[in-house]
Design a protein around this ligand. Structure first.
Ligand SMILES: [Zn+2]
Length: 198
């Protein structure tokens, strides 16, 4: 039987999405081709636009269309406090609390040796550079309260132990194993207010 290479390539490409195996990739490909060709075109265009125009902010490492993102450019933010989060979704959650007015650094992941994610993969070099180039006096470690999130916070604390920067950790208003993305904004705002010095 002749293979349809174009279809096979599409299925293989869809498998790059997290949690998508061969079966669901095939189902998605059929859906896009058979039921939603317009949606498929839009998806393809949006992916290529995002790849072309979205990069990382030079300062906070979040996704940005500009070299420096709107938060990092804002004169209304407190440039002396830096909150370190794992993912852009965590930053969005903190912004939604309207209680934090400092700056951010987005690691784009967390230390996870078992998954092959080491210090280099979470942009710690960029974080250190960011600290050297600024007047930051306090770092709030707002990584998740998971095993990996705690290990990441611990690693960063060790890394910065010889600096004069005050290092705090958001309070455990969050449940053990808690991920910031799923916490309500009231609890999260309180966790920032009640942060503890490490
Ligand atoms: Zn930024």
């Amino acid at each position: 039987m002749q293979k349809i290479e174009t279809l096979e390539e599409l299925v293989n490409a869809l498998k790059c999405l997290p949690g998508v195996g061969p079966k669901s990739a095939l189902r998605m490909a059929y859906h896009l081709l058979q039921r939603d060709r317009k949606g498929a075109k839009k998806l393809a265009d949006n992916i290529s636009n995002a790849l072309e125009y979205l990069g990382h902010c030079k300062l906070c490492n979040d996704f940005s269309e500009q070299p420096i993102c709107a938060i990092c450019q804002s004169a209304k933010r407190d440039a002396k406090i830096l909150c370190v989060v794992e993912m852009p979704t965590d930053l969005l959650m903190l912004e939604q609390t309207h209680s934090y007015k400092g700056m951010y650094f987005v690691l784009m992941g967390r230390l996870s040796p078992l998954d092959g994610v080491g210090p280099k993969d979470i942009h710690l070099g960029k974080l250190i550079q960011r600290l050297k180039d600024s007047d930051i006096t306090e770092i709030i470690l707002a990584t998740n309260f998971t095993v990996e999130g705690n290990a990441t916070a611990q690693y960063i604390r060790e890394l910065l132990k010889d600096t004069k920067i005050k290092i705090t950790r958001i309070a455990r208003g969050l449940p053990m194993g808690g991920e910031i993305e799923y916490v309500d904004s009231g609890t999260l705002a309180q966790a920032v207010v009640e942060r503890k010095t490490l």
